[in-house]
Design a protein around this ligand. Structure first.
Ligand code: ADP
Ligand code: MG
Length: 339
């Protein structure tokens, strides 16, 4: 009897292993890149058929477009635009998504002593990185008075947002893309995808294992490549996680030898100094996005402190090119080069 069971086990084992490898063997990668949320979005999924992959990816892009319609700072018809137009006038009833992003943005503002502040809108709208011109200093000074996240009033019960002072503007540019990556991944999962990657510019989220068991690998850009072949500074292995990178090399111009970029210190209205690039890893893209911007503004030392306190993993490249990583990150990061 015993022998029979053993034989049965032996017979069944390889068969089940074969089945497993067959099904996973059928999963192939599919990738689509499109413009969404005003940037380049790439989605990769593993699926058994092209039809299943395309349907899932299509739905994920629809979700990103829906969110963009709610959260876009530059569109007149978004909920964010309506909130900004109603500053100092009246609270605005918003969708649960808009409310959730603003609520989370406020928690990051609290956690970072106001380095992260979505009311930066009054100031960020004065900077033009295409025209490469500095804002008028007087105007900048005046607009700084409209910055202060403590003047945002949230009413959860009625799902309303109110900006207390006229002239205040919220800009979700440092948090919406990461939130979008989270939501796009949720849509892929609801469409039966078990393994995939969504990147909304520098905000990336991965889930599930690849059929061959290898982990998702994400390249981190070198903020100061000197020549061809120096594009990457590190490679990260990512499991069921999100990673975001904020850098001074994405949207910037150089004038009179000074680099002006789009990550602004809310206490001055000018670009934050001290870092070239910050990458943060955690479960949710909404937080990796917000904290990568916030830690960039805090600078290497204070940024590391906040990361330790909150339990975030990450990597900072300071303004001299020095690289610091948190303890937990050390196993996941492979440096390509020092500078
Ligand atoms: P990217 O948009 O390149 O991914 P970030 O996520 O770091 O980079 O976001 C930068 C954007 O965030 C800016 O373009 C601006 O819209 C907004 N922003 C700038 N400074 C701040 C700040 N101190 N707090 C919150 N948002 C900010
Ligand atoms: Mg960000």
């Amino acid at each position: 009897m015993m022998k029979f069971k053993l034989l049965l086990l032996l017979a069944v084992l390889p068969l089940s292993m074969l089945l497993l490898s067959c099904t996973s063997g059928k999963e192939k990668p599919y990738k689509v890149s499109r413009i969404a949320m005003d940037t380049l979005v790439s989605i990769t999924v593993y699926a058994r058929s092209e039809e299943k992959a395309e349907k899932a990816m299509d739905n994920a892009f629809k979700e990103l477009n829906r969110l963009s319609d709610l959260l876009n700072f530059f569109s007149e018809t978004s909920e964010v635009a309506l909130i900004n137009r109603s500053a100092g006038v009246s609270p605005v009833k918003v969708s649960k998504e808009t409310f959730e992003v603003i609520e989370k943005a406020l928690s990051v503002a609290e956690d970072t002593g106001g380095a992260f502040d979505i009311t930066i809108g009054a100031v960020s709208s004065l900077w033009d990185f295409h025209k490469k011109t500095l804002p008028d200093p007087e105007l900048l000074k005046k607009s700084l008075k409209s910055v202060g996240y403590k003047n945002i009033v949230l009413d959860k019960e009625h799902s309303t947002v109110y900006l207390k002072k006229k002239g205040m503007k919220i800009d979700l540019g440092a948090i919406a893309k990461g939130y979008g990556a989270d939501k796009a991944v949720a849509v892929l999962k609801n469409n039966g995808i078990r393994s995939g990657l969504v990147s909304v510019a520098g905000d990336i989220k991965t889930f599930g294992a690849k059929p061959d068991g290898s982990s998702w690998r994400i390249g981190i850009k070198n903020p100061r490549p000197q020549s061809e072949g120096e594009e990457l500074i590190a490679v990260l292995s990512l499991g069921n996680n999100a990673v975001s990178t904020s850098g001074d090399y994405e949207r910037f111009f150089i004038k009179d030898g000074i680099r002006y970029h789009h990550i602004l210190d809310p206490s001055t209205g000018y670009p934050a100094s001290g870092c070239r690039s910050v990458s943060i890893i955690t479960k949710e893209g909404v937080y990796t996005d917000a904290f990568s911007t916030a830690v960039f503004i805090l600078g290497s030392e204070r940024g590391m402190e906040v990361m330790r306190k909150i339990g975030l993993e990450g990597m900072i490249i300071d303004d001299e090119g020095n690289i610091s990583t948190t303890e937990g990150m050390k196993g996941a990061v492979e440096l390509v080069r020092k500078h």
